[in-house]
Design a protein around this ligand. Sequence first.
Ligand SMILES: Cc1cc2nc3c(=O)[nH]c(=O)nc-3n(C[C@H](O)[C@H](O)[C@H](O)COP(=O)(O)OP(=O)(O)OC[C@H]3O[C@@H](n4cnc5c(N)ncnc54)[C@H](O)[C@@H]3O)c2cc1C
Length: 418
Amino acid sequence: MRVLILGAGPAGLTTAQELRALEGRAGVQLDIMLVSGEPFPPYSPPAMADHFTTGNEASLYWQGTDVCERLGVDYRCGVQVVSVDPQTHSVALADGSQLDYDRLVIATGSRLYAPVPGYDLPGVYNFKSLTAARDLVDHAGKGEVENALIVGAGFIGVEVALMLRSLSLGVAMVEQRGWVMPNVLDQETAGLVLAELQARGVEVRLNTEVRRFVGEDHACGVETAAGDKQTADAYLAATGVKPTVDYLDGSGLEIDWGVLVDRRLRTNLPNIWAAGDVAETWDRQSGQRFVHAIWPNARAQGQVVARDMLGFAADYEGAERMNSMKHLGLPIMAVGEMEGEAELRWRRGDQLRKIFLTDGRIVGFRLAGDIRGAGAYRALMLRGTDVSDIGEDLLDPRFCLAGIAALAAAPPEAPIAA
Ligand SMILES: Cc1cc2nc3c(=O)[nH]c(=O)nc-3n(C[C@H](O)[C@H](O)[C@H](O)COP(=O)(O)OP(=O)(O)OC[C@H]3O[C@@H](n4cnc5c(N)ncnc54)[C@H](O)[C@@H]3O)c2cc1C
């Protein structure tokens, strides 16, 4: 049986690994082909900033550069898929050739989402892929770039700002909202991130909406909603990500923001699955359809696809909202909702703990400075344990380590005692 996997990010590679691990038990022999639009071995996007700062390749090529050889997977890199034809069970490539499949996995991840005119001008960079990141770093390394302007202070924008500072560039960031990382952090936690960015020499301009990148054949500035023009030697669009679905037009696949899938991550067409940032699954807590574009979700979805394809039980539990910031110096953890009916809060200097509760249950939390207990909070949140009797003790790091860990490990029906 020929399995064709489009995309060699964590979703695609995990699918291939899991298929190989299970095929013996399933009593089949698979012919697996993995396709990537980029000319690199399968890599980890979260490891890119560290790679360009320290030169570390081990975490960038997280499964080793020879992973496909070891798996016996036919890896085609630098190959762009331009369309999918479910009638003929084939996909067309940019060079005019085609690849056939018996089973198809759509794992083409996400790309830059930039609803700002001029984002595609030469001189506007992004950090969404290794190809794009290399472009930026090569350009910055030529000595022509002394300062950069980053549009968007989300997760990726903040990560790139820190990386460019470590390469000794002057960095300014503009953000349309009133605080940094507004999609994942509440204003108070974001204030700690802002202070850390400023301490590292990043100039952050909040409440500043960029209307467009300015330039004829090369970017030479950004124009803000207030009408002023801001300039730099290089510009970076960090305005969000969007599932890579353009090439699926006309395929008959149902697509909303991402490719729609059922509980087994099957698409509406037979023998086609989707996993990772490209798949529109659902939030594990609220059940609402959503794309939570993070690494653990991509890996978990790759596993579900492989299991289902080989006939093993595979019900996807839903995507989690979970972000952690490693490069800031101040550890940050953001999980689940950003508010609830009630809030527990503890702060000492730049150490902050906030737990959001609804109906006595944890629906989200934000930790800064000291992220101990995050795993236990998450476990309580996912199992929907009623923690109302515990109250403020939940905020005590000592309680986190012992009490919550015990609670998280207890059977669901066990009584709660603080
Ligand atoms: C800078 C950065 C930092 C991040 N940090 C974190 C983090 O700390 N924690 C976290 O959980 N998540 C993080 N993420 C998000 C995480 O990397 C993604 O959620 C994850 O990589 C998604 O995996 P994926 O396999 O779905 O897609 P991707 O990793 O995006 O891989 C998609 C693959 O599809 C290929 N492709 C796309 N279109 C085509 C086509 N037409 N033809 C052929 N191939 C194609 C691409 O070349 C690529 O190989 C970060 C992302 C970035 C960019």
